[in-house]
Design a protein around this ligand. Structure first.
Ligand SMILES: [Zn+2]
Length: 389
């Protein structure tokens, strides 16, 4: 093979310079297409069979396959293409020594670049080697609709590595999430004659506090050992049309984290039942539109090939015993909760503390270490499958 090996740090700098801010969060952004197209070009050069799959308007997922050699194992590397918005402090991509600054460097183009470099190494391995897929998703930072589509298309695998900043320590559990709106209905009246109306904002306030005292209290009392609390929080409120009108409508948005072992529809049913009881007791009238998003948790068993291979690869690279734990944030792995044949671990360079902040950066040495971990993980998955043949 004559082509130059991919240098993950150089690749990351190039990918970070391609604007892929999520257009639902940054309306002036063109979205993920330019990044998807550039990645498609690069991985096609590695001999991968690559497809761009439409998900949202001009915002495609990418799925690429490198066929295995003498192996039953399949490893999927998954990373999201989009980033959160960038302000002045994160817009500019710049390198200082072995540190790269800029939006997306840590979340999650560092993982993406390392995955591509690891696949490059795998493609140079004559064999045996596992079948490897690269799956890149749009819209992780908003509604995870890219990964939602991947869940309907990806083949079964031994390991799905979801690339997110975990400081190179694999995670096998995190919460999912559910977002639903409650429309509280009242009756409008002139505010000088308030008694003629029913104040929807007052009713919503009663509902929010009563719900927090029941479901909220129950959630605070029962953290998951790896994923932490799966709380119910009122996160947005909207009501009223004028300063002197008693509002006839108040809309409250709730965010409920979904714990491992729990199904999102159960979490929703729990909330709806509590709401029904409160409404009955307090004479509150509500409408409950379809939830905005409903995604389950990640919980991969500790003895799964995915977890064992990730722990082994990370332990070797970091020179210490690493065991997979949990993370407090949610990832695209939420979309695979109904696909036990896609056992996932979240694993990537960089710290979540550096993601989404007004300064975002990543250590390039950690990106290089991630390349070794990803490569080793894929080869270990092959070996484990071989032993269990
Ligand atoms: Zn991310």
């Amino acid at each position: 093979m004559t082509r130059e090996p991919i240098d993950a740090a150089v690749l990351l700098e190039e990918l970070a310079r391609i604007d892929s801010r999520n257009p639902d969060l940054s309306p002036d952004s063109a979205g993920e297409r330019a990044l998807a197209e550039r990645v498609a070009q690069i991985v096609a050069g590695l001999g991968m069979d690559v497809r761009l799959i439409p998900v949202l308007d001009d915002r495609p997922n990418l799925v690429a396959v490198l066929p295995g050699v003498d192996s039953d194992a399949t490893v999927i590397f998954e990373a999201h293409l989009d980033t959160v918005p960038a302000d002045a402090g994160t817009r500019e991509v710049r390198r200082e020594g072995r540190r790269l600054y800029g939006r997306g460097t840590c979340d999650t183009k560092g993982s993406l670049a390392a995955m591509i470099a690891a696949i490059d190494r795998l493609s140079r391995t004559a064999g045996p080697r596992p079948t490897v897929l690269l799956a890149c998703a749009v819209d992780e930072e908003y509604l995870m609709r890219g990964a939602g589509q991947l869940a309907t298309e990806l083949p079964s695998a031994d390991v799905v590595v979801v690339g997110e900043p975990t400081s190179l320590v694999p995670a096998r559990a995190h919460n999912g999430f559910l977002r639903f709106r409650v429309e509280v209905l009242g009756r409008s009246a002139h505010s000088s004659r308030a008694a003629l109306g029913v104040n929807a904002i007052n009713q919503a306030a009663r509902l929010v506090l009563a719900l927090d005292a029941t479901v909220g209290e129950r959630r605070r009392a029962s953290p998951h050992p790896l994923a932490g609390h799966a709380l119910l929080s009122a996160t947005m409120v909207d009501g009223g049309i004028a300063p002197n009108v008693i509002p006839d409508r108040c809309s409250v948005l709730f965010d409920r984290r979904v714990a491992p072992g729990e199904r999102p529809e159960e979490a929703l049913a729990e909330a709806y039942e509590a709401i029904a009881q409160i409404c009955e007791r307090e004479s509150i009238t509500v409408e409950l539109p379809e939830p905005l998003v409903s995604l389950g948790a990640l919980e991969t068993p500790p003895d799964a090939v995915a977890v064992v291979a990730a722990e082994a690869a990370a332990s070797r690279a970091l020179g210490r015993d690493v065991s997979a734990g949990g993370v407090t944030f949610s990832t695209d792995a939420c979309c695979f909760y109904d696909r036990p044949d896609l056992p996932s671990v979240v694993l990537g360079p960089g710290s979540i503390d550096e993601a989404h902040g007004s300064v975002e950066w990543i250590e390039l040495d950690d990106v290089d270490t991630a390349v070794r971990i990803y490569y080793d993980l894929a080869m270990t998955a092959h070996t484990i499958r071989q032993e269990h043949r």
